[in-house]
Design a protein. Structure first.
Lengths: 381, 290
């Protein structure tokens, strides 16, 4: 789960990381008032879950409070990568002497969180990594022992030759690591970590991504979720315990299991079709899930054909069949449906479907070809 | 012959009285797995279905029954502890079915297991099956048949799909292993490929990967440099949009690393047969077994 910059900064501040003063504004008048309260110059920053906010014009430097009001007027309501800006962070603009990058991410190869630090911060870290890897220090952390003092100091000295700054940086690393662990993050970064002309370090931008699997033990993070920044269909699916991602095609897919769901989408494409979504109904068998899945998929007006591909293991195919019958009785389908079912209780499932006027196949390849043809307006082969 | 589990497997089920644990324990017993014990704290002294003794701790189960393999069906927040308990109690093979285990928990579990020389499969995996002999986990027994193809996969239902097609085509399996799709898992493709290479009965290997990470590319290198047996591979997620999470915590794709195209290219370079569709496994494997 993504959280906003201002939320990440609040968490980091709680772990002793120096953060510029700032507050959230939802109206231009609020932005002006915050600028007056903290003193100018300020930055006005769009709070959306998208990278490249600056390039999109969502981050502005303001010399006066009136200027902050004007810039906030422009940014609030702006679209960045399809997301509407509902909030801006108004924060004191720091004098910039140097800009470093400090990030920590769970690395699947090393099987540990790994710090990545570079004195060449403020620009695209991926470009630095690709072109000048020697400018980045990678430091894996054994979470059983935590970040040790000497490791934090090593990173501090890598960024700043001056011992005073190196010590400040080491304290910030410890704060970042503690916040990362305490919030159940998969990624946390400070970019840039600014060195001011007066010799202070301050985290001017912060980002945290929390592992969804941690949310059960972190209700305080779940409470930070901003549903206005997600597609409504995806929020709906999450509430129904389905994994759903909307795509641009016209074949609506309902599959059990992520791997099979991806393979089904790939096969749709292989036969010249375009999947409308990724939808994994998961492993448990519950007709209600199927009803919700159909509701979410049929809400997409691009969908010209619905394809079910169910391989019953834990999932009982008769539950899926019952779900299809229930859902289509309540809301008759306006588009054709192609059903492929095999595995646990498939005989019962086939009977339920046939008794209710549906046909079903046991073969994945055949079902996908049929769905692609129907979506194109052709007749089933 | 087989890899990781065989007729000597003596299984203890952690979470045997739970909804999933009890259902799959019945399925495993029906398949012929030697389930010697169950563990549910507080239910020690009871018997599961009149035949399997239940203990409070894995230590008790191992001491009283000689269990050497554990399978875990406990809720995600307790899974890391359950894995470490099984390893500490002396189980050499631990299979964690539980989905949703926090990745930071796994950063502690992984070195714990390695330092004690045990093998962990999963978490978030369907387990494994040696057809006709034993199964540990949730792979449906009915779709498998004994034979000489080794199967290793990051997915659950996609594995079933391909095993089902192999079985229908008369291609039986030595062992089918689901390694799970999480970012940090105990057993990777290379561990399985190495075991299949050593197993005299395995004549070919079917491998199913996914987008995200570099495990498949490293597996391809291993095949190129260390394997004499033919391997056929498939990558799910060719059409996945970049930067989106597709249900598996591991299937996160960022930038150009971990794409399907990159993995398929690595397979080709290593001489691995590439199945464009799940159904293509059958012909590709048949051609290589001749």
């Amino acid at each position: 789960m993504n959280i906003h910059e201002y939320q990440a900064k609040e968490i980091l501040r709680g772990f002793g990381v120096p953060i510029p003063l700032g507050k959230i504004a939802t109206t231009p008048a609020e932005a002006e008032a915050i600028a007056k309260e903290y003193g100018v110059p300020v930055m006005v920053k769009a709070q959306v879950h998208a990278g490249g906010r600056g390039k999109a014009g969502g981050v502005k430097f303001c010399k006066t409070a009136a200027d902050a009001k004007e810039k906030a007027t422009a940014i609030l309501g702006m679209q960045i990568k399809g997301l509407t800006v509902e909030k801006v962070l108004v924060t004191v603009a720091e004098d910039i002497g140097s800009e470093a990058y400090v990030g920590i991410i769970v690395d699947r190869q090393r099987k540990k969180p790994v710090f990545m630090v570079s004195a060449a911060g403020g620009i695209d870290i991926e470009q630095v990594a690709a072109e000048t890897p020697e400018k980045i220090l990678y430091l894996p952390v054994d979470t059983r022992y935590g970040l040790r003092g000497y490791e934090a100091m090593r990173m501090g000295f890598f960024l700043y030759p001056d011992v005073k700054l190196a010590r400040q940086a080491a304290t910030i690393m410890q704060g970042l690591y503690a916040a990362f662990m305490a919030s159940g993050c998969s990624l946390a970064e400070i970019n840039p970590l600014v060195g001011t002309p007066t010799g202070e370090l301050i985290a001017v931008d912060g980002k945290m991504v929390v592992d969804d699997n941690e949310l059960d033990r972190h209700p305080e993070i779940e409470a930070l979720r901003d549903v206005s920044s997600e597609a409504p269909s995806e929020v709906d699916a999450r509430n129904a315990n389905l994994t759903f991602i909307k795509l641009d095609g016209d074949v609506g897919c309902v599959v059990n299991g992520a791997g099979l769901a991806m393979a089904t989408m790939d096969l749709v494409k292989y036969y010249g079709g375009e999947p409308a979504n990724f939808l994994d109904i998961g492993g448990s068998s519950n007709p209600e899930k199927v009803v919700n899945a159909l509701r979410i998929i049929t809400a997409d007006t691009n969908v010209k054909c619905i394809l079910f591909n169910i391989f019953g293991g834990i999932t009982r195919t008769d539950d899926v069949a019952n779900g299809i019958v229930t859902a289509t009785k309540a809301n008759p389908l306006k588009v054709p449906i192609v059903i492929r079912l095999t595995g646990t209780n498939e005989e019962i499932a086939m009977k339920i479907l046939t008794d209710n006027g549906f046909t079903a196949s046991k073969d994945m390849d055949e079902a996908v070809q049929k769905a692609v043809a129907l979506a194109k307006g052709g007749k089933a082969a | 012959m087989s890899i990781f589990i065989d007729k000597h497997t003596r299984l203890v089920v952690q979470g045997i009285t739970g909804r999933d644990g009890s259902f799959h324990t019945r399925q495993m017993i029906e398949y012929g797995t030697n389930v010697v014990a169950g563990v549910t704290p507080g239910k020690g002294g009871q018997t599961f279905e009149g035949s399997v003794p239940v203990f409070n701790t894995v230590y008790d189960a191992v001491e009283k029954t000689g269990a050497n393999t554990a399978v875990i069906y406990v809720p995600p927040m307790g899974a890391a502890d359950a894995i470490m308990e099984a390893v500490d109690a002396g189980c050499a093979m631990v299979v964690c079915i539980t989905e949703g285990v926090p990745v930071l928990d796994m950063t502690k579990v992984y070195p714990f297991v390695k330092e004690r020389g045990a093998r962990l499969l999963g978490p978030n995996c369907p387990g494994l099956i040696t057809p006709g002999v034993t199964k540990v986990g949730i792979i449906p027994g009915g779709i498998c048949t004994p034979g000489n193809v080794g199967v290793v996969s990051r997915s659950g239902t996609l594995t079933y799909e391909i095993v089902y097609q192999l079985t229908r085509a008369g291609l039986g399996q030595t062992t089918c292993v689901g390694i799970g799709g999480d970012p940090i898992n105990g057993t990777n493709f290379i561990d399985c490929l190495e075991a299949f290479e050593k197993d005299p009965h395995t004549k070919a290997v079917a491998m199913m990967g996914e987008i995200g990470g570099t495990d498949e590319q490293e597996a391809a290198d291993f095949v190129k440099n260390h394997m004499t047996k033919p391997v056929v591979g498939f990558i799910a997620g060719r059409t996945a949009p970049p930067g989106r999470r597709m249900g598996h915590a591991g299937a996160i794709i960022s930038g150009s690393s971990g794409t399907a195209a990159e993995k398929i290219e690595a397979f080709k370079v290593a001489g691995i047969g590439v199945a464009d569709r799940p159904m293509d496994f059958v012909e590709l494997i048949k051609a290589r077994l001749k």
